[in-house]
Structure formats: C-alpha cells, structure tokens
Design a protein around this ligand. Sequence first.
Ligand SMILES: Nc1ncnc2c1ncn2[C@@H]1O[C@H](COP(=O)(O)OP(=O)(O)OP(=O)(O)O)[C@@H](O)[C@H]1O
Length: 736
Amino acid sequence: MLRERAASALTAALARGGAGGYAALMEREATVAEQAARAARLSAVENGLCFGRIDHAPDHGGDTLYIGRIGIRDDDHESLLVDWRAPAARPFYSATPVSPDGLVRRRHLHMRDRAVTGVDDKVFDLDGLSDSDRRTLVGEAALLAGLRRGRTGRMRDIVATIQTEQDRVIRSDLAGVLVVQGGPGTGKTVAALHRAAYLLYTHRAVLERRGVLVVGPNPAFLRYIGEVLPSLGETDVVLRTVGELFPGVAATAQDPPETAVVKGSLRMTALVEAAVADRQRVPGEPGGTGPGSALVVAADGMRLRVPAAVCRSVRDRARALPLPHNMARKLVVNRLLEALARDQARQLDRPADEADLRYTAQALWQEEPVRRAIDGLWPHLTPQELVGRLLADRAVLERVGARAGLTESERAALHRPAGGPWTVGDVPLLDEAAELLGADNSADLAAERADRRRRADEERYAQGVLEYTGLFEDGLMAADTLAERQRGAAPAATTAERAAADREWAYGHVIVDEAQELSEMAWRVVMRRVPTRSLTVVGDTAQTGSPAGARSWSGMLGRYANRRLREQRLLVNYRTPAPIMAVAADVLAEAAPGERAPESVRAGGDPPRAVRVADTDLPARLPKLVAEELAAIGEGRVAVIAPPDRHTEVAALLPAAAADAGPGALDAAVAVLTPGASKGLEFDSVVVVDPVGVAASSAAGGRDLYVALTRATRRLTVVHEGPLPPMLRRLREEPA
Ligand SMILES: Nc1ncnc2c1ncn2[C@@H]1O[C@H](COP(=O)(O)OP(=O)(O)OP(=O)(O)O)[C@@H](O)[C@H]1O
C-alpha cells in the first residue's frame, strides 16, 4: 500500500507539469524527488520486509515490537515496524539468556515474499542457565536455515540473523579506527556492510554530506557485495578498489612480488619527494640541458643570460615556500623573467625601471624559447607525468632512487618499460605525487568563488520554498539538494558521485575490506580520504597474500590511530562446514603457526575429498569432476582454484567456465580463479587444483591455499598430481 501511495504521489507530482513559476517548479521538484526516493527505498527492501518480533517483559513495558528492514508508521504515526538499526531494535540482536535485555521472547519470522512460512522462537529463561547457553547463537534455527541456502553469486544481507558478536561490530561508535579481525567466513564483510547502513542511519546528518567509502580488493568483490546496501535501504556509498582511489586512473594490473614490496614501503615517500626535487633544477645539473654556468635563452634577437647562482637562489626560495611544486612555480617564473628582463636592459644599456621591467618580463613570457627554458628548470607537472617518467627512465630512477636511499636491486625492481599500464601499486605513488605537486588552480579557485556565491543565493531561495512547502520540517530534503536539482537539465550529482570524482574529498567514514592486503603506502592514500580517522578496518592477518600487506594491525595502523585503535574479534565461521575447516586449519597451522582458525558453526556436510590424477590425466578428469560437482550442488556455483602460473592451462580445460577475475566470474555456474582473485568470495563447491603448486607459488603460498580451501560453503575437492602433502592428510582419498 505504501509503495502504491508513493508511486501515485510521484505520478501526481510529475503530472503537475512545470507551469506556475519558479517556486511552484521547486515545490514540484521536491515532491518528485521525495516520492521517487521513497518508492525506490520501499522496492529495494520489500523482500523479507519484516523478519522479527520481540516481546518485552512486563517490567519493561510489556510491549511487542516488529522488526524490519526499514521503519514504517501508520497514518497516526504509530510505529508498525521498527527499523533494524533503531535503538529499540537492539535487544533483538543483543539479548542472550545471560542478559535478556528486558525481553521474554524473540521470534524470527521466515518469509517467502509476503507470506510467513515459519517462526523460530527463543524464550529467555533465566533459570537453569548453563555455561554453553552463554555462547548460544541468536536464533539458531533461523541462522542455520539461512546458511543452508544455495549461493547466488551475490552477497545477501543478514538482518534477520545478525549474531551478538557481529552486532557489537555493527553498532560500535563512529569515531576512531575499529579493527575487525576474524578468520574466513566469520562475517567480517557482511558485518562491515551492515555497519555502513547502521552508521548512515544513526549519523545521517554527518554522513549524508560527507559520504561513506568502502574499499575492497577487486571489482568482482565489489560487485559481489554491491547488492547488500541497497537491500538495507542505503545507496549513497562509494565502492572502490585501491586501484581506483586516484580519480582518472583505474588500475587493475598487479606488480610482481619484489616490485610490490618496494612500492608498498613507506620509503616511497622519500622517492617521490626526490623525484619532484629532481625536476627543480639549476643549469648544469644532471638531467638538465644547456651549458652549465647559466640559463641562456635566445629572445628578441638577443642572448639573454641568468647566472646559475641566481637560478639557485631562486630555486632555494621557491623550495622554502610552504607550497606544493606547481604553486611555487609562480615565484620561479616571476623571478627568472625578472632576471632575464634585467639582463636585456643591461645589454641595451637602459636603466632598470620597475614598470619597464614588468612589461619586458610579460613580453618575454610570450616567447616560446623563454617558456621552454623556464620549464626545463621548474616545469608544471602532473602526477602521471612525474611517476610515469620516474619508473620508465632508468637514468632518472638511478639518480633519484640513490638519493632516496634505495638499493640497486630495489631500483631495478621499480623499473618498467614506458607506456605500460598503471598498477595497483602505482596508485599510492600517484597520490603522493599529487600531494607534493598540487594543482595550479588559481583559475579554478576564482571560478569556484563565483560559483559558491551563486549557489548560496540559490540555496537561500530553495530554503524559503522548503519552509513554505513543509518539506523542510519533515527533513525530507535539504535546501542544497533542491537548489542543485534546479541547476541545468543534467541530474545533480549525488554525494557519492561528487566524492568519487574528487581526490581531495574527505569522507565521513571509510570501511576497508580484505584490509590485510593494503601496503603501508596504500594506507596513506586511504587515510588522506578520511582526516577524521573514522574507519572500520576488516580483515584477517592469517590470509595476507600480498608481500607488502599487514602482518599485524598495530604495526600497520598504529601510526595513524595509536590510542584510537580498537579491535574486535569474530571467532565463529558461518561459511565453511566443520570437516572442510578442519582440513584448512591444518594448512594454517603449517603456513602461519601463530594464527588460529575460527570454529565452524555448521557441522557435518559432505566429507571433503582428494582425487589423485596422473600428470597427463588432468585434461580428461577435471571436466568430469566439475560436472559431478555441478550435479551434486544443483542450483549453486562451483569455483576451480588453480595456482597463478597454471590458471591459463586449467581454464583451457573448462571452456564453458568464466576464466577472468572480472565481475563476470560471479554470474557463471563455474569460475576458474587464482587464490588471490577468490579472496572474499564463496562458492557452494570448490575444486582446488594442484595444492602443492598453490602453496609453492609465493612466499605467502601456504596462506593462499588456506584462502582457497575456505571459499567452500558445501563441498571441497582437491585434485593433486603428485603425492598428497601431509598437511592435507585429513582429506578422504578417492580411488583414481
Ligand atoms: N549472522 C549471520 N547470519 C547469516 N549468515 C551469515 C551471518 N554471518 C555471516 N554469514 C554468512 O557467512 C558467509 C561469510 O561471511 P563473510 O563473507 O562476511 O565472511 P568474511 O569474514 O568476510 O570471510 P573472508 O575472510 O573469508 O572473506 C556469508 O555468506 C555470510 O552471509
């Protein structure tokens, strides 16, 4: 009914047309926007709209509340459905037999479309409490029913079955850095996304303006999680990989491990600094052109000269300015033009009158050779130009790298041919360069000032309209949004769109997933996007695959957060059945003896198996094994995970499978992936090909094997050509 009402209000508002002057148009626009947003919100959350009910004890008011994806009130403003993020809904998630939070009963409603198909009750009985009750899962039957469902290739929300330890993560304070450490399948990703929805609901005023950024490991992963937030009623969130954090660059290529280590190190800040300094030259310095003792330019039929010592003092003064390179260039240009003008006056034997000098300097700036000569000493630079040249020009890399204290082998690791694609590891270098270079933005600033004045006028007007229509009081639309909708025919950019396009945007909150993979340099990029240091960092140091990634959270983040760093641990695995997890735990014990694998909530399931094939038999056996898996799981999805250097070979054996790591991998029944590309994803059945090859593929290969094994929600097959390594001894070996 509400949807129908929103839809007909929308139609009525649109039908009103544009007549009636500016105020009427504004009012119509406001109504259209409000009703369209409401209709979209109601459609997105319709599936399983109401999923719970709580009954309070008589001494806690004795009332009954229904919990849903969004809050709904009737015409008399009585609450029909409480939004799951509202404080009143909290006991639904936090009540346990030890502390029932004023409840006598919690009920989970199982829905299909609009019909209730079952209920699952938890009655809180304080008597007869046992130790194991303390760890009782919230709504166990509802949870297990949810976990058994087949995988669709998209993550689903878990509002109905959020567990107490996850609820603590979701409702944790906005301020400071919250680290959520947990093993595979403990719900880190899903809890972090629910946290985004919770924070947007609870701190809407701050976060709607500044936006929330979610950083994930690759585009497929972002697509995988992309549907969770809309289903929770939130769309204004920017999803990005680290390779996309620098606007205008979309890096997906990865560096080889030895290069990734160097590029991820904080010493790159010194390298980029040295690269900028290297472009601020005085005549005669290496890399420069022309004779060593002076800047010499042919202009106006004369040879004008500025001694190197003068150029040096100009450079020193420009460097001493608290300005980035491109801004400080103005001083260099002015001083050198003045020096050239003086030389011209001297050569013509004219007195150096200030006004004349200024005039001559301006005239000289129009001469191409003069510009070129000054550019040679202090050019205007873009980050792309600076970093591109640095990495592709061996001589520059040698000179600048040595100055920044890099060893010969580190310098060699950084070198790459000109014109290659940007890598994910280049993005922090570009961002660093952008900070040091700044933009020559005087024209932009003037335009911005004019624009701000115009906007303020329009907003004042829109505010009047909102007050007049009553929309303002209901908080349904802000004056700036309404004013923006009025500007031009193009739809106004949302906060998310504006934020994504602006390198210097300061987000209200940033969530980083698979955060163990970020290098020291990548963290600098992330931290620049959130000066308030309000972050949720989720990851698992046991799964770190990148050689430049985190081994400990305090080691990686202490310098940004120190006392404001707090850690929550998730200990229960909701994805991988216990028999598969036991195999994975053995691998972890070998690969990372200090780390602990999580406990599985799901017992039983099909026993994981090992299948030995002769070296030459893989082409014949693998397609059959995959077909068997597809038949065993019915509607679900299979991942074949192979070592990076065998990915192409294995993909060729399964021509119908999706073989690239792009978002398309999520829609196919079978995907062939490397362990790295499978991170964060899950599949009903996983077939790991060549476990020894996976473990040996890099220094973190053992951890990669652990990641691969823990992607399975139901079945696991390990295909091996040589003897089964001892760490996989729990697998049931199937006769060949
Ligand atoms: N409370 C819950 N109710 C229902 N399903 C849940 C719950 N918690 C987690 N899950 C499910 O468990 C699976 C694993 O969750 P998620 O991907 O968030 O784990 P993760 O900790 O990020 O794992 P990894 O480190 O392996 O990427 C998902 O399918 C998720 O929906």
